[in-house]
Design a protein. Structure first.
Ligand SMILES: [Mg+2]
Length: 196
């Protein structure tokens, strides 16, 4: 792990949503169980970011479940990751916060963010939906972001190529040796920042 040389300012960091703020994989398992009758999957089966590579269900079913999660975060009972709400409250109550997601549509997930952070004025939270992982690095570079918290290792690699500091949010599907700073929790992210 490359240690950070100085605290991160709130204006120079942005965040991924799925797998970082939102417990999307847990919601995936919930939709699989409740809407598709698939009740034999557990979170530790998810050893790859690409679910069709690690789950014993047809690729078409994976696609259909992801479609539900993309279209309807509120209806699919998407929950925040432990500690995310408290951390984002402390951050967004004082600073604007930017999220960059590979989702194709910013509105459903923006409404979900407002639902988990009802105290935060809507204009404090900006969501940019790139529609694909490959565009994230370019968008972040355009925003002038120096750091990005992400759970997808291939995106981290693309960020580094653009000179953006990737911070990996530890998940079962991104473990192994990587050159990136790795965090295990939201308090750890806040602890790396200068909020003064
Ligand atoms: Mg993600």
């Amino acid at each position: 792990m490359i240690p950070l040389s100085r605290p991160i300012s709130p204006s120079e960091i942005a965040f991924d949503i799925d797998g970082v703020v939102a417990d999307t994989m847990e919601a995936f398992l919930g939709v699989a169980r409740n809407e598709f009758g698939i009740d034999h999957l557990r979170k530790d089966h998810i050893t790859s970011y690409w679910l069709e590579d690690c789950l014993p269900i047809p690729a078409g079913t994976v696609k259909a479940i992801i479609g539900r999660l993309v279209d309807d975060p509120l209806g699919t009972s998407l929950r925040p990751i432990c500690g995310a709400v408290e951390a984002l409250l402390s951050l967004a109550s004082r600073f604007p916060v930017t999220f960059v997601t590979a989702r194709p549509d910013d509105m459903p997930i923006t409404m979900w963010l407002h639902s988990i952070l009802p105290e935060i004025p809507h204009d404090r939270l900006t969501v940019i939906a790139t529609g694909g992982h490959a565009l994230k690095a370019e968008v972040l570079k355009g925003l002038g972001a120096a750091y990005f918290v992400e759970d997808h290792l291939e995106t981290c690699e693309a960020l580094c190529e653009q000179g953006i500091g990737a911070i990996v949010f530890d998940q079962p599907w991104n473990r192994g040796r990587t050159p990136y700073v790795r965090v295990n929790s939201w308090p750890e992210i806040i602890g790396m920042m200068d909020l003064s």
